[in-house]
Ligand binder design. Structure first.
Ligand code: NDP
Length: 290
């Protein structure tokens, strides 16, 4: 028989998760801090619990999809005694250490713990485009796979509960810096009257083409030799002209100045003839002489 599931948190993502389970014919109990947000799930067949305790005790699997780590503690700590023998699947975004702390806390209360990081927006849940990374209890992952697969393609990343969160946040770091780079460029061209939409029409295909370079850069980083032929040297990649152009246009150069700072550090350390990939070493060795 399929597993009953409780979903705590009916924000945009929690609602999408609960709805997907209901659409797949699962028995779902829902709870949300602010009453009233359960209406949509209830209309599709969910049972609305009147309290966290009632919600947690309703199912062997308890999913948290709250805002940040403190909201998980705030919600679950008062009912910790009810977790024994259940599986806690946390899909709230947390840092790796927060996920590890949660694993230890859950184990201390006799619960199995699986930590998930959702690489999707709510609309992508159930569409198969989305992915969810998991880490923590392998046994829980194996047992729950048919349920997890209702939401998205699942990937298990190991028993260290922090690994899924680490991979998630690393992915988001790249994404946010790409978007910030776009905003910076948009602010630059705005000074000549170009709209962000006009700029996006050019920037999107350009960035898309540039992502083909990632695999090549990755090989160099993995190999650790930044001197290979075909690599643009740091002296060549020096971006001070880009920083200057931004300043000349009255646009804050902060995003590109951060890149230039990494380059400058490697040039100052005598690595100017090596490839642009060398800035990876600036990142890795923060706190020590690069
Ligand atoms: P929403 O802002 O839509 O919902 C937040 C939810 O958290 C609400 O149910 C809210 O309850 C609840 N909440 C906040 N603080 C507390 C608290 N102290 N105690 C109890 N409940 C609390 O966010 P999302 O649904 O979009 O996101 C939920 C999680 O999913 C986040 O960790 C997010 O990072 C992650 N996620 C979201 C994605 C997205 O695209 N939306 C993508 C990937 C991950 P209330 O209604 O009472 O305020």
């Amino acid at each position: 028989r399929s597993t009953d599931v409780t979903v705590l948190g009916l924000g945009a993502m929690g609602s999408a998760l609960a709805t997907a389970l209901l659409d797949a014919g699962r028995s779902v109990t829902v709870w949300n801090r602010t009453p009233g947000r359960a209406a949509q799930s209830v209309a599709r067949g969910a049972r609305a619990a009147g309290s966290v305790r009632e919600a947690v005790t309703a199912s062997p699997v308890v999913v948290t999809c709250l805002l940040r780590y403190p909201s998980i503690q705030e919600t679950l700590a008062p009912v910790a005694g009810e977790l024994r023998g259940r599986t806690l699947v946390n899909l709230t975004t947390t840092t790796p250490n927060e996920s590890r702390d949660l694993a230890v806390w859950a184990a201390g209360h006799g619960a199995d713990h699986l930590d998930g990081a959702i690489m999707a927006v709510p609309d992508m849940i159930r569409s198969r485009e989305g992915q969810i990374f998991y880490s923590g209890s392998r046994a829980a992952y194996d047992i729950l796979l048919p349920t997890l697969e209702i939401w998205a393609t699942s990937e298990f990343h190991g028993e260290d509960a922090g690994r899924a969160a680490l991979l998630d946040l690393a992915m988001l770091s790249g994404m946010y810096q790409m978007f910030t780079g776009f905003f910076h460029g948009a602010a630059m061209v705005a000074t000549m009257g170009m709209s962000a939409s006009e700029f996006a029409a050019r920037q999107a295909p350009f960035l898309s083409a540039m992502t083909h370079g990632l695999a090549g850069y990755a090989k160099v980083v993995d190999g650790g030799d930044h001197t290979g032929p075909g690599l643009q040297s740091l002296d060549f990649s020096d971006l001070s002209h880009l920083v200057r152009a931004s300043e000349e246009q009255g646009v804050d150069p902060a995003p590109i100045a951060a890149v230039q700072a990494l380059i400058s550090r490697q040039i100052a350390a005598g690595h100017g003839a090596e490839g642009f990939t060398r800035i990876y070493e600036s990142l890795r060795l923060v706190g020590s002489a690069a």
